[in-house]
Design a protein around this ligand. Structure first.
Ligand code: TYM
Length: 332
């Protein structure tokens, strides 16, 4: 079975609908007929300053959310990046293959470092995509299910894999990004020309999976819509309505065309009210399940331990090949 791998950062108390529709929902689907590896990128999280206590809590919340949304620990390896040291170890080797200019071209670094002010960004934030390449290449996956914002990192990953393979010996598989067009970039509800993002936007524009469902319904009802009155999918002219239609369609399975038909001649408010109901029906049981899982930390730790053991075995074998190929003497 083809392998899939992906990761998510534990940088907020809750995942949001961008994470879910753009990425983790595909994880749930792909786990069935693939060999799945999913991890929580705690080492990526510290590229910006984190409160240690909060990071620990958010990491466990992330694990609970993955299980609650349907990642099955019996099928999938769910693990923490920091539990598999080979990620950082391969990261070093790959950083020695990466050009400075090549790293500097990564647009996420540009965006995030600008936000922090000139010179305040860490070297870790700069080298972050190289660690991400290591995360991926260690497992030789066929597919990496992510949102559109990760495409450039996947390209770097493929470039580094190719470079290593041609400089030494074929070692890595060139992974394919798995990006679903319809949900690749879920927009902020208050600023529908930007992506929904835990670091970027004001929280009023972000639908968090673990928000109180009442708050969620209110956020959707106050989403920014466009001028005009017709309910039509047109991302250029009507980014707000189009985003709501995308979310609606993704959650119900109704096509966007059938939604347009259903709402022909009706008001924006009708669409928002119905979408709020759809979203609330989805998040209510999800939230209960997550909170339940968080009560049982022993179980979560057991899931993570099993995941790290399965992932670690594969990662270490790849790292051994790499160390041998670059010319490191094997330990006695
Ligand atoms: P992160 O934690 O920012 O986001 C997790 C996943 O959610 C997707 N995503 C979105 N998709 C659609 N619309 C949005 N508004 C939206 N916001 C976020 C992201 O594309 C991502 O797939 N660098 C990664 C984590 C990572 C990783 C990896 C991913 C580390 N190592 C190896 C894949 C493979 C990140 O920061 O994702």
């Amino acid at each position: 079975r083809p392998r899939v791998l992906s990761g998510i950062q534990p940088t907020s108390d809750s995942f949001h609908f961008g994470n879910y529709l753009g990425a983790t929902r595909q994880w749930v689907d792909l786990q069935r007929d693939h060999q799945p590896f999913f991890f929580i990128a705690d080492q990526h999280a510290i590229t910006v300053e984190q409160d240690p206590k909060v990071l620990r809590e958010r990491t466990l919340r992330a694990a609970a959310q993955l299980v609650a949304m349907g990642i099955d620990p019996e099928r999938s390896a769910i693990f923490l990046q920091s539990h598999v040291p080979a990620h950082a170890q391969l990261g070093w080797v790959l950083s020695c293959l990466t050009g400075f200019g090549e790293a500097r071209r990564m647009t996420q670094f540009k965006d995030k470092s600008l936000k922090q002010g000139e010179g305040a960004a860490s070297v870790g934030l700069f080298t972050y995509p190289i660690l991400q390449a290591a995360d991926i290449l260690l497992y030789r996956p066929h597919y990496v299910p992510v949102g559109e914002d990760q495409r450039q990192h996947l390209e770097l990953t493929r470039d580094l894999a190719q470079r290593f393979n041609s400089r030494y010996k074929k070692t890595f598989r060139l992974p394919e990004p798995y990006i679903l067009k319809a949900t690749a970039k879920i927009a902020d509800l208050q600023d529908p020309t930007s992506k929904m993002s835990k670091s970027g936007s004001a929280t009023s524009g972000i639908i968090f999976l673990l928000d109180d469902p009442k708050v969620t319904a209110k956020k959707i009802r106050s989403a920014v819509t466009d001028s005009g009155t017709d309910i039509r999918y047109d991302p250029e002219e009507k980014p707000g309505i189009s985003n709501l239609l995308s979310i609606y369609s993704a959650l119900t399975g109704d096509t966007v065309a059938s939604l347009e038909e259903q709402y022909a001649g009706r008001m924006y408010g009708d669409l928002k009210k119905d979408l709020a109901d759809v979203v609330v029906d989805f998040v209510t049981p999800f939230r209960e399940r997550t909170l339940e899982l968080l009560e049982d930390q022993a179980y979560l730790m057991q899931v993570l331990a099993r995941g790290a053991a399965a992932a670690g075995a594969i990662a270490e074998a790849t790292l051994r090949d790499v160390y041998q190929r670059v010319g490191f003497v094997a330990p006695p």
